[in-house]
Design a protein around this ligand. Sequence first.
Ligand SMILES: *Cc1c(COP(=O)(O)O)cnc(C)c1O
Length: 240
Amino acid sequence: MAAETVTAAQKDAVLERLAVIRQNITDACADAGRDPADVTLMAVTKTVDPQLINTAVDAGITVLGENRVQEFLSKRAFYRESAQVQFIGHLQTNKVKQIIDKVTLIHSVDSLHLAGAIDKAAAQQGICMPVLLEVNIGGEASKSGVSPDQLPQLLKEVLKLPHLRAEGLMTIPPPTADPAEQDAVFAKMEALYAQLSQEAPLHILSMGMSGDYAAAIRHGSTLVRIGSALFGPRIYPAQQ
Ligand SMILES: *Cc1c(COP(=O)(O)O)cnc(C)c1O
C-alpha cells in the first residue's frame, strides 16, 4: 500500500459530505414517494486519491464511476475489492478491450459502432456486457450521447447484439441554474425511459450529479453519479 497521502481531516470531510448526500437522497425520495433503496449512490472518482475513494467505500459506497481509461488502470490496484467499478466516460472503441473485464456496467454507449466493439470484446471474454445508452438530452453539439430521435433505433439494434444487455439510459444534462429548465429536461428523460421500457426490460436510469441529484431523483433516477459533492472540488494536474 502506498504511503498516506491524505489527511485525517480530508477523510472526515468525505464522511461528513457523504452523510449530507445520503440525507438529501432520503429527502428527495420522500418528496417523490420513492424508496431510497431504489437509488444507487455512485462515487465518481476522477482526480481523487485512492485512499479517499477507499474511505467512501469503507463507509458503504458500493459503486465507483470511472471516466478515463488510463487513470482507472493506474489507480484500480489500490481500490478495495468490495466496490464494483462502472465506466461512465466517453469510450473509444480501441480502449474497450482494456476495461471490458474490469467493469460491471458501461454507461456511455452512444453509437452502434461502439456497441459493436463492446459486443465483440465481450464475446471474446465469453461474457454478456451490461450497458446503458447515453442520451444527449439537451441536443448539445459538444456532448456525446445519441439524440432522443435516434435512441429507439439504437436500442433496437443493440438488442440484436448477443453479448450486450441494454439495462437502461444515462444522461448528462446541459448545465442550467434555472430549476424549471432542469425539471423539464429530467421530465423528458423520465418519459423516454418509460417509453423505451416497453421495448426492453430496462431498470437503470443514470442521471443526477452533484448539482442536480435531488431533482433527478424526483424524476425517477435510479443511480446518481456524485463527484465533487462527495470528494470536494476536483484539482486537475497542471498542464504540461
Ligand atoms: C465528473 C462526472 C460526474 C460527477 O460530476 P460532479 O458534478 O462532480 O458530481 C458524473 N457523471 C459523469 C459522466 C462525470 O464525468
